[in-house]
Structures are given as structure tokens and as C-alpha cells.
Write a protein that binds this ligand. Sequence first.
Ligand code: 5GP
Ligand code: MG
Ligand code: MG
Length: 189
Amino acid sequence: MALHPLVKRVLLTEEQIKTRVAELAKEVTEHYKKNNIKDKDIVVVGILKGCVPFYAEFFMNFKQDVVMDFMVISSYLGGLKSNKQPKINLDLNSDIKNKHVLIVEDIVDTGHTLSFLKDYLKSRKAASVNVVTLVDKPGGRKIEFEANFIGFSIENEFVIGYGLDYDEKLRNLPYIAIMDTDKLKTWEW
Ligand code: 5GP
Ligand code: MG
Ligand code: MG
């Protein structure tokens, strides 16, 4: 497979991702079963747009009465740096009062986005709010935050692919890779 020229190093192959997502889905569905929570009381909230490839696979593991919903939060200012105060650009369509909310995120870095989001969803009277993230970068934390379920824990580097973008691009790489940021200076899209 020819790699995209802006890739410095592949961290996670498509196969590794798919295998782990299947395991992760099992962990999460077992958690709800163990706590006697029915799929009809779960709202799976994807944080657009980075979650899409992960969400699509993950969501198929629930029963058909589970509710699908999405939010758009802006936390990146476009490039490589994250914003302190996240903003809700698209809110939920469904009522989450007394529902068990599962947030599906692509990556946790500083922790600002999810910490803010968890508080927000709790304030809307969710019965519980859990977070599953495909990737975690614990080395990037600016505030304390821990996801309930984590696919992969990686080093503190800017990564692209499998939903993760650079300036809205490169989301459809089938793998997750460290970006060669030096090449950006001369790169023409
Ligand atoms: P946080 O608020 O935890 O700093 O970051 C949340 C958002 O920043 C993530 O949902 C993701 O959209 C973006 N982000 C953080 N780290 C990376 C990264 O390494 N690569 C990409 N493409 N986005 C990232
Ligand atoms: Mg995200
Ligand atoms: Mg982004």
C-alpha cells in the first residue's frame, strides 16, 4: 500500500483498528448489560466529524432500538492547535433526559472538549454519560480527564487518518499515522 506523502509513520493499520474496535464494542456493550441498561435507553452521541469511520463500525454492535445522534463541537482553530473554550456548533436532536449517553470521540488530547461536553450533557439530565474514544493522547492533557473506554493510547504527536483531519483533509486515510509536519511548509493541496 502506497502511503500518503504527508505521512511520517503509520501508528495503527486498518487491520489493527478494526480488530480493536470489535473488542472495544464488546467491552462497552458488556458494561451496559452488566448494569442492566437496555439498548433502548442508550443514546450514542458521535462528535462530528472525526468520529464517523469509528462510529459507523462501532454502532452496528448495538440492538436496533438504540438511538443515534451527533454533535458538532469546534475545538481546533483549523490547524494543529486546540482551543481552550469548545463551542457547540450543532446540538443534539434527541431528548437525553434519563437516557444513558455514550459519547463517541476520535481522540482525546488536552481533555477540554470532553470535559466540557460531559458537564453539558449531565446538565441536560442524562442518567449517565460515558466516553469511548478510539485514540487517547494522555501526554497532551491540560486538564484532568479520563475516557471510560479507550481504543489505543498513543504518544503525544499530531495524527491523521481514520476520521482524523489536517485542516479538514486526510480524514479518509484507512490507517492512523503521525503527520510529517515539516513537509507542510512546501506542500500544495
Ligand atoms: P482536546 O479538546 O482533547 O484537546 O481535543 C479534542 C479534539 O481535537 C479532538 O476531538 C480532535 O478533533 C482534535 N485533535 C486532538 N489531537 C489531534 C490529533 O493528533 N490529530 C487530529 N487530526 N486531531 C486532533
Ligand atoms: Mg473529535
Ligand atoms: Mg479536527
